[in-house]
Write a protein that binds this ligand. Structure first.
Ligand code: AHR
Length: 503
């Protein structure tokens, strides 16, 4: 039996949880947009062609800000193609995903969809094959109330009020050799600084994200952040992090410890940003926008999905449609624990992505939409993690991993909301064979009752929700919680994720 102890004390505050931590990402990639959230012929489609079943699932998921329209896609994107009469919009090659972009859905349509799901727009500008002028044009089109050619064009295209977009990404993964217009840190830092200054001249209220590394395992990681921030520190609000995890070579033990890597990644970027702050003698703090994170079986994309051929540019092909297991969802829930643990510095994050493409929501053309295993930890964490994140002073048994060395078998974070009095705890048991008995000291909270407790686990950790069996995996009520004076005890099944709400 594995054992762990933790203490919940509302005084052990990490920082306030920004709702933007529960953001997501919609890229023009595969069937995320077309045949995903947009399918005019679908039985549930509304007058604008958006699937109502997907809208309902996105609302229930509890997604705050949605990054759009890429991703790698944005580095070849001409935003002007995606506005104006739909019938007149050009079909273009999408070099990033070897597809054809019809531009049937663009800024206006996506913004309308966001209003239906109640989420905020986060736009990325193309700093790969385009530059400062095109970014300024998009900002003027989006945010200027009126009185100029571009703002009038938006009004003529049916949108009287400005879109008022606050969050802007200055390009995407510019450190990656696969990126169209990939640059050195020096070149990107110079361009990002110029573009940020120009954008702020137009609209000082924007919040800007400079591209950090596309993974903590890039050869330029660390130095990239230092150089880029040396150029942009005064101009931006965030530096981005991107991280994807997958089980490799059957090493489930290391995979289950992926949050250790995410913790280290965040700590390293915080240290680098604060180093630049010290060198510049700045009083401002740059925070992290973790604007791509998930489990992603990238090897499957490289070996199976990849599209090639000069005569082969499909529209909305099936790409990156990973089906997620229970083990994947436990890792995923643990990544959310890591993000919450760093709520003082990670103040924005985007689950990549939202529909069909490495997504919590899957759809079939003309058919159903369903929840992947990863849907459950996201929805529950988004609903229960309010107020402040707390440091839980965790002590747990450990195990050896090939990739991350000695790692705790249990991981946890808690949140406390002074406005509602609610306290929540999120836990994982990484053991593949042993249940974990966890003792939680709640003395600092006074008398507590369990409002809600749900666990994701299955005897078959490879179980998935798929088209033929879309409800195979779900949450179940957490069993055997013993509440006593000053604390509670519970037993977590092997390879499991649990959320508890206390009142
Ligand atoms: O989310 C899929 C891809 O992963 C994005 O387009 C890119 O930014 C990242 O490499």
């Amino acid at each position: 039996m594995v054992t762990a102890r933790l203490t919940i004390d509302p005084h052990f505050t990490v920082g306030p949880i920004n709702r933007r931590l529960f953001g997501s990402f919609v890229e023009h990639l595969g069937r995320c947009v077309y045949d995903g959230l947009y399918e005019p012929g679908h039985p549930t489609a509304d007058a604008e062609g958006f699937r109502q079943d997907v809208i309902d699932l996105v609302k229930e998921l509890g997604v705050s800000t949605i990054r759009y329209p890429g991703g790698n896609f944005v580095s070849g994107f001409r935003w002007e193609d995606s506005v104006g009469p739909v019938g007149e919009r050009p079909r273009r090659l999408d070099l990033a995903w070897h597809s054809t972009e019809t531009n049937e859905v663009g800024l206006h349509e996506f913004s309308s969809w966001l209003e239906k799901v109640g989420s905020e727009l986060m736009l990325a500008v193309n700093l790969g094959t385009r530059g400062t002028l095109e970014a300024l044009d998009l900002l003027e089109y989006s945010n200027l109330p009126g009185g100029t050619a571009l703002s009038q064009q938006r009004i003529d295209n049916g949108r009287t009020d400005a879109f008022g977009v606050k969050m802007w990404c200055l390009g995407n993964e510019m450190d990656g050799p696969w990126q169209l217009g990939h640059r050195s840190a020096e070149d990107y830092g110079t361009l990002a600084s110029q573009t940020a200054k120009a954008m702020r001249q137009l609209d000082p209220s924007v919040e800007l994200v400079a591209c950090g590394s596309s993974s903590a395992h890039m050869p330029t990681f660390g130095e990239w952040e230092r150089v880029v921030l040396s150029h942009t520190y005064d101009d931006v609000d965030y530096i981005s992090c991107h991280a994807y995890y997958q089980e490799k070579n059957g090493d489930l033990g290391s995979f289950l410890a992926s949050a250790v890597d995410m913790d280290h990644f965040i700590d390293s970027v915080v240290a680098t940003a604060d180093h630049v702050k010290a060198v510049l003698g700045s009083s401002k703090t740059v925070n992290i926008s973790f604007d791509e994170w998930n489990v992603w079986y990238l090897d499957r994309y490289e070996n199976v999905d990849k599209i090639e051929g000069i005569d082969n540019w499909p529209v909305a092909p099936r790409l990156l449609e990973d089906a997620y297991s229970v083990a994947d969802a436990v890792v995923f829930g643990n990544l959310l624990i890591s993000l919450l643990r760093h709520a003082d510095r990670v103040t924005s994050a985007s689950l990549a992505q939202l529909v069909n493409v490495i997504a919590p929501i899957m759809t079939e053309p003309g058919g159903p939409a369903w929840k992947q295993t990863t849907y459950f930890p996201f929805a529950l964490t988004s609903r229960l993690a309010t107020g402040d994140a707390l440091d839980v002073k965790l002590e747990a048994d450990s195990y050896e991993t090939a990739v991350y060395g000695t790692v705790p078998l249990v991981d946890a974070v808690a949140t406390h909301d002074t406005a509602t009095g609610a306290t929540s705890v999120f836990l994982v048991n990484r053991s593949q064979s042993e249940p974990a008995t966890v003792t939680i000291d709640t003395a600092a909270l006074g008398a507590v009752t369990v409002r809600e407790a749900q666990t994701l686990a299955d005897a078959d950790t490879s179980a998935k929700n798929v088209l033929g069996d879309p409800e195979r995996v779900g949450l179940s009520a957490t069993e055997g919680i013993e509440v006593r004076d000053g604390g509670l005890t519970l037993t977590l099944p092997p390879v499991s994720w649990t959320a508890i709400s206390l009142g």
